[in-house]
Ligand binder design. Structure first.
Ligand code: ZN
Ligand code: ZN
Length: 136
């Protein structure tokens, strides 16, 4: 469907470098896209006497354009009566054993669910309990 977007999980790495207080102090935190970039930062940190500590961890971003309509073509977002100009959308994040999770949006008109990102084959064991009779 042309006006339905696609979202996917993108894993990045966040590092934190703790600077020697006698140098500049504080913590520098940045994201890098790849493990290779992370390794380069860690190597650099280990060789830099002004860096007194570091840590890193993965951060997962859901990127892309979320779907705006259910399979029947209804808008997933409805105008928010209390905040003009804002859109209300019923979306919940469900954990998944095979990936970082799925956003499940319920259509306010027909109750159909839109699952983003679309479950991959390895997500099949997951059961999202939103709409009775629909097994994901
Ligand atoms: Zn999954
Ligand atoms: Zn609908």
């Amino acid at each position: 469907m042309s006006d339905n977007g696609a979202v996917e999980w993108v894993r990045r790495w966040r590092y934190e470098l703790r600077w020697d207080p006698g140098h500049r102090g504080g913590v520098l935190s940045r994201d890098v896209d790849t493990v290779a970039q992370l390794h380069a930062v860690v190597r650099w940190a280990l060789a830099n006497p002004n860096v007194i500590g570091y840590r890193y961890y993965p951060v997962d971003y859901l990127e892309g354009e979320p779907a705006t309509r259910c399979p029947a073509g209804h808008a997933l977002g409805q105008p928010d009566p209390r905040r003009p100009g804002r859109v209300l959308r019923s979306t919940r994040r469900y954990p998944c054993g095979a990936c970082q999770g799925h956003d499940v949006s319920a259509c306010p008109t027909c109750g159909a669910t839109v699952i983003e990102p679309a479950p991959a084959a390895e997500c099949a064991a997951l059961s999202i309990d939103v709409s009775p009779g629909r097994r994901v």
